[in-house]
Write a protein that binds this ligand. Structure first.
Ligand SMILES: Nc1ncnc2c1ncn2[C@@H]1O[C@H](COP(=O)(O)OP(=O)(O)OP(=O)(O)O)[C@@H](O)[C@H]1O
Ligand SMILES: [Mg+2]
Length: 435
């Protein structure tokens, strides 16, 4: 059931009706975790389908490491439209080539328009994804409704992300989802517990503050234990308590999954923990994950976060390293492997830097300069102190200089000169030659 959100649903219906007349729009849904962004987007998707429209979803990868433009590529795939290949235009500057890529991308959608694309969790989007969103937001003549969701606070933590969403927002219908009112919470409680009395609904409202995710959690707890007096105050506490209900084996498998991300492959986790197959069923029964074929997905991003953040550092490093090894065996994107190595602690640093440089190279090839910059920035901060420190710094510097030159930033020359000076002082001819 969907409670409340009447105004939002009305506006979504208007956007869908407008789509039928050939003009598109952008709707952005912002709010705290568990407030109902995905739920409302699902409602929009259902209503779109009822009108015979195609709907496709793209998920931003909260665990990091996704290739540039990933959510768009995923959404295109869902629509059966090939995402265009980047082509370097002779004589054009990189920004122009990117513009062309975006134009090709929107033109490709005309085959299937009118349609709806839901981009989930844009607070975790890569820069290119947001730039394409900004571009699409201005293309009113394109019969496409884009619905983007994001967590407000998380988005505000990155200045670039916040600025980009702000610019896109100027062309968007903006929903900032509020917490549910007491009557709406009561309706949710009654839906789960038919004979809930006023005392129970009032107590659930007080404890949850009207966050629907928390309401769901607390109702589940009440149904399991019949008690409300043990209800913990914060949802993290609720989640920890729920996690305490599963076996240590299941928890370990979920921890491995959490390192991979909100979604993970059964096979990948099983490579690290051979008994995973059996316990994943338990994890599924207890509502932590759902299956999609051979993949599992945390039923809520908060579960993944709680598990991930409670990992002790040494184990977290070890699991990231193992994840990188597993992903390498089946040719996962370099950016993803680099991400895991960069999170795998100082021992993995040389390999992490190597991969990050190569992944940055790949990002540059599709004009995702900001993603490449971010990777190299992470590589630079991953350089551990020690004998090799200066040489590593020199390598990353060369890559950064090259990136700047390729993106049309003349300052790259000075960076290469500085790298050359450093290589000379290190008496390292190979690095000197590259610089
Ligand atoms: N208006 C609503 N009516 C009924 N149930 C709701 C409503 N809004 C949210 N829920 C339920 O609350 C839970 C959390 O909602 P949802 O997953 O949509 O949150 P979210 O804002 O997408 O969170 P996150 O930022 O973590 O992705 C889900 O189980 C969802 O079905
Ligand atoms: Mg969501």
């Amino acid at each position: 059931m969907l409670v409340g959100r009447d105004r939002e649903v009305e506006e979504l219906e208007a956007a869908l009706a407008q789509l039928a007349t050939g003009s598109g729009s952008l709707v952005l849904m912002a709010g705290e975790p568990g407030i109902g962004k995905t739920r409302l987007a699902t409602e929009a998707a259902l209503r779109a389908k009822a009108r015979g429209l195609r709907v496709s979803w793209g998920q931003c990868w909260e665990a990091g490491g996704a290739p540039a433009l990933w959510p768009w590529r995923e959404a295109y795939q869902g629509l059966g439209v090939a995402f265009p290949e980047a082509r370097a235009l002779a004589g054009a500057d990189p920004a122009e080539s990117r513009f062309e890529l975006f134009r090709d991308a929107t033109a490709g959608l005309l085959e299937v328009a009118p349609c709806v694309i839901v981009l989930e969790d844009l607070h975790a989007a890569d820069r290119s994804t947001l730039m394409l969103l900004e571009f699409v937001a201005t293309q009113r003549a394109l019969p496409l409704l884009v619905i983007g969701t994001y967590r407000e606070l998380e988005a505000s933590l990155s200045r670039d992300t916040a600025a980009s969403l702000g610019r896109a927002g100027r062309h968007a219908k903006m929903f900032v989802l509020a917490r549910l009112r007491e009557a709406e919470v009561a309706a949710l409680v009654h839906d789960a517990i038919a004979d809930a009395d006023a005392k129970l609904t009032a107590s659930v409202f007080a404890t949850t503050g009207g966050n629907p995710l928390f309401v769901g959690e607390i109702v589940r707890e009440w149904r399991a234990t019949g008690a409300t007096d043990q209800i913990p105050l914060g949802v993290r506490e609720v989640i920890r308590q729920r996690l305490a209900l599963i076996s240590p084996e299941a928890r370990r498998v979920l921890e491995i999954g959490a390192v991979f991300g909100v979604e993970f492959a059964r096979e990948d986790v099983t490579r690290i923990e051979p008994r995973a197959a059996a316990v994943l069923e338990e994890a599924q029964r207890s509502g932590f994950v759902t299956t999609r074929g051979a993949r599992f997905r945390f039923t809520h991003a908060l579960y993944r976060e709680a598990l991930y953040h409670d990992l002790v550092r040494a184990l977290r490093h070890e699991l990231h390293r193992e994840a990188a090894l597993v992903l390498r065996t089946h040719g996962a994107p370099l950016s993803e492997i680099a991400h895991h190595l960069l999170e795998a602690g100082p021992d993995a640093a040389p390999e992490a830097i190597e991969h990050a440089i190569r992944a940055a190279d790949q990002a540059v090839a599709v004009f995702a300069f900001e993603d490449a910059t971010a990777l190299l920035e992470r590589a630079r901060s991953a350089i551990p102190a020690g004998a090799d420190e200066a040489a590593q710094r020199c390598r990353v510097m060369i890559a950064q200089g090259e990136l700047q030159l390729r993106s049309g930033d003349a300052a790259g020359r000075a960076v290469c000169v500085e790298a050359a000076t450093l290589a000379r002082s290190l008496a390292n001819p190979a690095l000197l030659a590259r610089a």
